[in-house]
Structures are given as C-alpha cells and as structure tokens.
Write a protein that binds this ligand. Structure first.
Ligand code: 4AD
Ligand code: MG
Length: 464
C-alpha cells in the first residue's frame, strides 16, 4: 500500500498537473476553467505585438495546439522572442472567439533564442523537410517533426492496445543475436571496442569474430525466430522494437535502424487468417490515431484532413502471378524476379489506392522458413502488403512446420534450436513484420522515412 501522500501526488500527475501546479497545455485545454490560476512552461512559437498586449503562442509539445498568452506590455522582457523558452503564470480566460487563453501575471524567460546567432528556424515560415533534416538536434522545435513524433507516440500506444485487447503477450526479443533471420546478409557485426578486452579474451583461444560471445554476433534484423520459440510455448505473441539492416541503401524508404512490429499467431494454418488480422490491426490503429491526432495529421499534410477511402473498404488480394500479369498489361513488367518499388506502387494504384496483399510467392524469392504451398511446391505461403506512398509495409508468411522440409532448407547448423521447435509439441504458426516508420509514412503522407523518427540512421549518417 502506498503512503497517502505519495498517492495524492500520483493522482495529481495523472491529471497532467505536477505537484507544483505546473500544467501541460494538452490538459489545460482539455479541462480549462475560466479564472483558474495556471502555470505553463514551453517555447514561444509566435509573437504579435498590439496596442496594450503582446500575444504569444506557446507550445510545450504535449499537443498540436498552442496556448495563446496575453502579456500586458508592462510585463514584456527584451529576451522574450520567437524560440525562447518561458515560464508563465496567470489566469485562464476565453478570447472573444471562445478560445482558451492565459492572461499573464508573471513572465520569466528561461532561455533566450537569438535567431541571428544561428537558430535555423524563422517564425511564420514553413521550412521544407529537406532543410529541417540538416538540424536533427533542433528539429523537434518544428511543427512538422513534433506533429510526426506525437503521431508516432499514439501509433505505438494503439498498437499495444490492439494486441492487449486480443490477449497477445508482448515479448522483448533480443537486440543481440547469433542468427541472420532473413538470410540476406544485411547484418551489423558486434565486437568489443576495447583492444584490452579483445586481447585478454583472445588469449583464451578464440578468434576475433567470436571473441566475446563465442559465436559471431549481430544486431537483430528480425525477432521472428525468437518469437516463434515463445509462441510454441505460450501462444499469440508480438514485439515492437529496434531492428537493424546493413543495406547500402539511401532511399527515401530505408533506414539502417528502424522499429519493427512483429507478431506470431499460434495455431495459424491459413494465410487468410493472417491477412484479416493485419487488416484489423491497421484499420484500428489508423482510426484511433485519426481521432486523437487530427490536428497533428493536418499540420503534417493538409491532405490528411480527408479520410482515406480504404479505411472503409476491404484490402485486396492478388497472387504473385496475377500481379505479374497486371504489370505486363500496364507495360511495366521487368525480366527481374520479384517486385521493384515502381511496380509495387503501380499495383497499389491499380487497386485504387487500397492496400493490396500479394500472396503465394515463388519459393526462391523468399526466406527459408516460409511454408510450402500445399497445392504448388514451387510457391510459398508468403504475403507482402503494399500500401500508398511506400509500397511494401508488411512482410509475412505461414511458417514451415514440417520437420523434414525445414531441415532440408535450414541455412546453418547454428539454427538447430529453431528446427527443434518443430520436434516437441509443434503447432502451425504464421506471422509478419510491419515497419513502423513505413506505416507512419503511409498514414501521415510523409515522403521521406528519415522524418518519421527522432534520430534517423542511414549509410554515412549516425551523427548524434
Ligand atoms: O519483409 P521483412 O524483411 O520481414 C521480416 O523481417 C520478417 N522476418 C518479419 C516476420 O515475419 N516476423 O521486413 C518487414 C518490414 C518490411 O515490410 C518493411 O516495412 C520494414 O520491415 N523494413 C524496413 N523499414 C525501414 N528500413 C529498412 N531498411 C527496412 N527493411 C524492412
Ligand atoms: Mg520484405
């Protein structure tokens, strides 16, 4: 039992107020009572000087809306400027237009901001994303990035809500691993940096690559194989965590470090079950986020004010062979196998902007763990979900659960443990991975993936 004093502090914080009555703007706007004494701390986004008052729009990051502060000219300090951080106390009131505002009684500038000293942003200016991206350490001050990060926060909350409502267990899969799940050779290798440690451990008779863990160790490219291990003991599971790919790809859709949502569905022996589940997840997360973050979505891109058609339509399914025929008709077929980005986006357009599952892929194009189609052994029960803006956002499959078939495709003896999962109390499972950043690109209409997370990493860029 918590002591009552601590408990009352917690209750206070749950209302968005800390113990010293300093409020976050989101809570002030939610339950504003005219006449209430209130304190806010935040950054000045805009200043307008009028006859008797200075009007300052202050944001503290808690919501897209800014709180308008009326500052009597007698309280003006010289360092109060666009970009400065402030602590303001006063009384809540309503503007003639019915908006909540704060009439300041005390104004303290906590940190000044002199634009001519090199601050890269200007008031009332919409800077292009390419410009903002040059100032990664300062870009949370912009509307564009702060709105995207608030949407990202909501999306991850609703993802957890969705799985929790379906009784899935959230499993923390490891970041360090000895397997290259996808087998595409896009792993980053892990070694101690300290020469002393390496030297000492090599004396124990190991080589440089395996010196620390005793086996080659990488940053994970996917938690799937670990999820499969837990799924075969505990049922439905998911994970949402950092994932790493050492691709030499600087496209607007690739990162070296991204967040992947992965789920593994127990007793799943049918690709359609997996597809329905993915569709339900995406529609739930999208609807909830639109409800809570409408203002953010509109600040990111005005077109986000229109609800996308597909939210009320069923996703489409095409087999890989059907997709290839459509591309031939559209005259964008290629001799290469698989689908390139142009082809993925053309298929989405062909489907009227509705996300489309491409299923039943040639075995040679997909990973070793995917289940052979019962009706055609040259194909696997795999799916890619293609969406507007990004093309592929989800990759998944039924998992090969036949011990002998899996054994014949196993890429390395080191995965004997994965094979053994099929030996004891085996069950059919299916699962998928969804790139969180690509989902945000589709949801928010963000062209470049580097704007969907606070600190993007891509080849030649890991500066902070
Ligand atoms: O299709 P992928 O490679 O699938 C897997 O890793 C499976 N093991 C997942 C599973 O079945 N549990 O990756 C899944 C998704 C892609 O569809 C894409 O959205 C995202 O992860 N992704 C990337 N996102 C940003 N940058 C990259 N370099 C990405 N590579 C994949
Ligand atoms: Mg894929």
């Amino acid at each position: 039992m918590l002591p009552s004093k601590v408990f009352s502090q917690i209750k206070y914080c749950a209302n968005g107020l800390n113990y010293r009555k300093n409020s976050v703007i989101a809570s002030v706007l939610e339950k504003a009572n005219v006449g209430d004494s209130t304190e806010v701390k935040g950054w000045v986004k805009n200043l307008r000087v009028q006859k008797e008052f200075i009007f300052a729009d202050v944001s503290d990051g808690s919501c897209a809306q800014r709180l308008q502060i009326l500052i009597p000219k007698s309280l003006k300090t010289d360092s109060l400027s666009f970009g400065s951080s402030v602590h303001i106390t006063g009384k809540l009131s309503k503007s003639p237009r019915g908006q909540v505002e704060l009439v300041a009684e005390n104004v303290k500038v906590l940190g000044d901001c002199v634009v001519s000293d090199g601050y890269p942003f200007n008031p009332r200016t919409s800077h292009p994303p390419e410009y903002i991206r040059q100032f990664i350490h300062l870009r949370s001050r912009t509307n564009y990035i702060s709105s995207i990060l608030r949407v990202r926060n909501s999306v991850s909350k609703y993802i957890h809500d969705f799985y929790s409502s379906q009784k899935y267990l959230n499993i923390h899969t490891p970041i360090l691993t000895s397997n290259d799940c996808e087998g595409a050779g896009e792993v980053f290798k892990i070694q101690p940096d300290s020469e002393e440690t390496v030297k000492a451990m090599m004396q124990e008779g190991r080589d440089k690559d395996t010196v620390y863990f005793g086996s080659k160790t990488y940053l994970t490219v996917s938690g799937q194989l670990h999820l499969e291990a837990i799924c075969r003991g505990m049922g439905n599971v998911y994970t949402l965590g950092p994932t790493f790919r050492a691709e030499n790809n600087r496209s607007r859709l690739h990162l070296s470090e991204f967040y992947m949502l992965e789920a593994e569905l127990a007793f799943c022996d049918n690709l359609e079950l997996l597809q329905d589940h993915i569709e339900d997840l995406l529609k739930y997360v999208y609807r909830e986020t639109r409800n809570t973050n409408e203002a953010d979505l509109c600040l990111i891109d005005k077109e986000n004010s229109n609800t996308p058609d597909w939210l009320n339509k069923s996703f489409i399914t095409l087999s890989y062979d059907e997709a290839k025929i459509i591309l031939e008709k559209k005259k964008i077929a290629s001799t290469e196998e698989g689908l390139n980005k142009e082809q993925e986006l053309a298929l989405v357009e062909y489907c009227g902007g509705v996300p489309v599952f491409v299923v039943k892929w040639p075995k040679d194009l997909k990973s070793f763990y995917m289940k052979e189609c019962p009706e055609d052994s040259s194909k696997v029960d795999a799916l890619d979900l293609l969406a507007p803006i990004t093309g592929e956002i989800v990759g998944g499959s039924l998992r090969e659960d036949n011990y002998d078939k899996l054994k014949s495709k196993l890429p390395s003896d080191k995965l004997h443990w994965y094979l053994e999962l099929r030996k004891f109390g085996n069950i059919p499972t299916g699962g998928y991975g969804l790139g969180l950043e690509r989902l945000l690109q589709t949801m928010c209409r963000v062209t470049n993936i580097k704007d969907t997370l606070p600190f993007p990493r891509w080849p030649h860029n890991c500066s902070m």
